[in-house]
Write a protein that binds this ligand. Structure first.
Ligand code: BTN
Length: 274
């Protein structure tokens, strides 16, 4: 009998494919959790090592950005959280979620040749017939150490891998997609995860050694937001509109508004207008 195209995620199968040194050296694999990010935050609080990874086959309360829910059915996607603890110098923290988006885009491209784009800050989009659909999302959450300080970041990555269109809630069907929908092929999630963790490790090492410039460059190349006229719902309330002109040294979005003011935006939800 032939092995299934996409075997179950297990610690043993993932370890057998891992080629990283740090990321995944400590690895937790679960069938079902509320949220891998919640679990990772608890582990980080308890002093988990840099590079600890939490993976689950399903999540009952998957967390999305800006308080949203992340749809996390069993046996078809990747839900993974990576604990990173080397936080110096400070812009490293703000670059980690952007770096994760670059790692996801590169892994998808290397695995199946599908080009993707990144909507600021870290939505990974696939284009079909001129229409962008979200294929992966990233939620980075910090954990406190010393009062006021950050001890660790839990980078949560959700990728729609082998999810058929019927498995999406109806309201998401026009705006979300999966690798299966885009290519018609089932992907081996274990191999894909091993490749993703290697990309993450390489980019993280670059960031630590050379600073954000090395990540800024590929991020800008993959950016779907840069140069576009956008509207942004600000995380603290309110709305801004203008041209996405650049990214600041910490990854903030520099928005040139109609009256010529340059705003630096650190959290929000972007709509691309043109
Ligand atoms: C977004 O809204 O775009 C971010 C989605 C992040 C989802 C991932 S799935 C693994 C990790 N655990 C969570 O609860 N959320 C993140």
């Amino acid at each position: 009998m032939r092995p299934p195209a996409d075997p179950h995620l297990s610690e043993e199968s993932i370890r057998a494919r891992l080629t990283t040194r740090v990321i995944g050296a400590t690895l937790y694999v679960h069938d079902e959790v509320d949220s891998t990010n919640r679990l990772a935050a608890d582990l980080a609080q308890a002093g988990a090592a840099d590079g600890t990874v939490v993976v689950a086959e399903s999540q009952t309360r998957g967390r999305g950005r800006l308080g949203r829910h992340w749809v996390s059915p069993s046996g078809m996607n990747l839900y993974v959280s990576i604990i990173l603890t080397r936080m110096q110098p400070p812009p490293i923290i703000t670059w980690i979620p952007l770096l994760a988006a670059v790692a996801v885009a590169r892994t998808i491209h290397n695995a199946i040749g599908l080009p993707t784009r990144i909507k600021w800050p870290n939505d990974v989009l696939a284009y079909r017939e001129g229409q962008a659909r979200k294929i992966a999302g990233i939620l980075a959450e910090t954990t406190g150490g010393s009062p006021g300080g950050v001890r660790a970041v839990a980078v949560g990555i959700g990728i729609n891998v082998n999810m058929p269109i019927e498995a999406f809630p109806e309201d998401l069907r026009p705006i979300a997609t999966s690798l299966l929908i885009e290519t018609g092929h089932t992907l081996d999630r274990v191999q894909f995860l091993a490749s993703l963790l290697l990309e993450m490790e390489q980019l993280y090492e670059h960031l630590l050694k050379h600073g954000s410039a090395r990540v800024m460059e590929p991020y800008c190349e993959l950016s779907d937001t840069l140069g576009k006229h956008i509207q942004i719902e600000l995380a603290g309330g309110g709305r801004a509109e203008g041209r996405a002109e650049a990214f600041a040294g910490d990854g903030a979005l520099c928005l040139r508004t109609g009256n010529g003011t340059l705003l630096e935006i650190r959290a929000g939800d972007v709509v691309h207008l043109r």
